[in-house]
Design a protein around this ligand. Structure first.
Ligand SMILES: Nc1ncnc2c1ncn2[C@@H]1O[C@H](COP(=O)(O)OP(=O)(O)O)[C@@H](O)[C@H]1O
Ligand SMILES: [Mg+2]
Length: 266
């Protein structure tokens, strides 16, 4: 059985069908890519899985148990953690405080030792007492990752983790995500515009376009799929896979302002 199963999920915003009967599975221990042009519904899918949005219809199951009855603030106790396309940190708090707060809704206390251990993993022990907002964008992304990891998730959702990173950093990120998966025995669902990154580290890739799943399979299979190539033609956010990040254009580097406020921020 798949660890995560999304079944026939539909979600409308007024006249927009952000997700239109979308189904996909994420197998335990795998890195699963979720790609598609801007506005395809990728972030919305994350928001449904983490219960920020309730779908109009369909099912979302973790290990065969429905997540739709779980309230958003306890989703983390089910073993699901995420990072955001637009960084969502408490800006005036320190790196360490942001990480400790990640564990706040866990229902168990996380010690500073545990928080420092994840800061070691992301290489930020030295920055523990820096205010989060004072750090460069790429470092803030690592703080978010540390905050997600401190909850010891089974399933980690990464929404464009390479956004804003330079070419070299993107390469390192791929290696790092793989290492995280192995060291923490994680399952990873990865939304990313950098095709080289997704295609090089994913075991399986699902492709959305205009709210519909148009393809899925191995990286090789989806890259050769005419429906996928067609979906990327005529968009300026990414060339048909496999695209190099340079081809993707500045639009792909910038986080879109389409994210709802996080519950975590309340
Ligand atoms: N909170 C919202 N209210 C209205 N429309 C939304 C909302 N969130 C997303 N959408 C719309 O749903 C579609 C899918 O968006 P999104 O999931 O952010 O796409 P992606 O992450 O693939 O770029 C877009 O048309 C977007 O404008
Ligand atoms: Mg998005």
């Amino acid at each position: 059985m798949a660890l995560l199963s999304v079944r026939d999920v539909t979600l409308r915003f007024g006249g927009i069908v952000a997700l239109d009967g979308v189904s996909f599975d994420v197998e335990e221990g795998q890195i699963s890519g979720l790609i598609g042009p801007n506005g395809a519904g990728k972030t919305t899918a994350f928001n449904v899985i983490t219960r920020l949005y309730k779908p109009d219809s369909g099912a979302v199951e973790l290990d065969g148990a429905s997540l739709l009855k779980v309230s958003p603030h306890v989703i983390i106790r089910k073993g699901i953690a995420r990072t955001f396309q637009n960084i969502q940190l408490f800006r005036t708090m320190s790196v360490l405080e942001n990480v400790l707060i990640g564990a706040h809704t866990l229902g168990r206390k996380v010690s500073e030792d545990e928080a420092f251990r994840v800061l070691d993993v992301v290489g930020l022990r030295e920055r523990a007492y820096f205010p989060a907002a004072a750090l460069p964008y790429g470092i803030q992304k690592r703080v978010e990752l540390a905050r997600a990891l401190v909850s010891k998730p089974r399933l980690l959702l990464l929404d464009e983790p390479a956004g804003g990173l330079n070419h070299e950093e993107v390469g390192e990120l791929g290696t790092f995500i793989r290492k995280l998966r192995d060291d923490f025995e994680l399952t990873v669902l990865l939304v990313e515009h950098h095709m080289n990154l997704v295609m090089s580290i994913s075991d399986h890739v699902n492709v959305l376009s205009f709210g519909r799943k148009i393809a899925d399979g191995s990286p090789e299979q989806v890259q050769a799929d005419p429906a996928v190539i067609e979906a990327y033609l005529g968009t300026d956010d990414a060339a048909p896979p496999p695209a190099s990040p340079e081809q993707a254009g500045p639009a792909a580097q910038e986080p879109a302002a389409d994210e709802p406020p996080s519950e975590e921020r309340a």
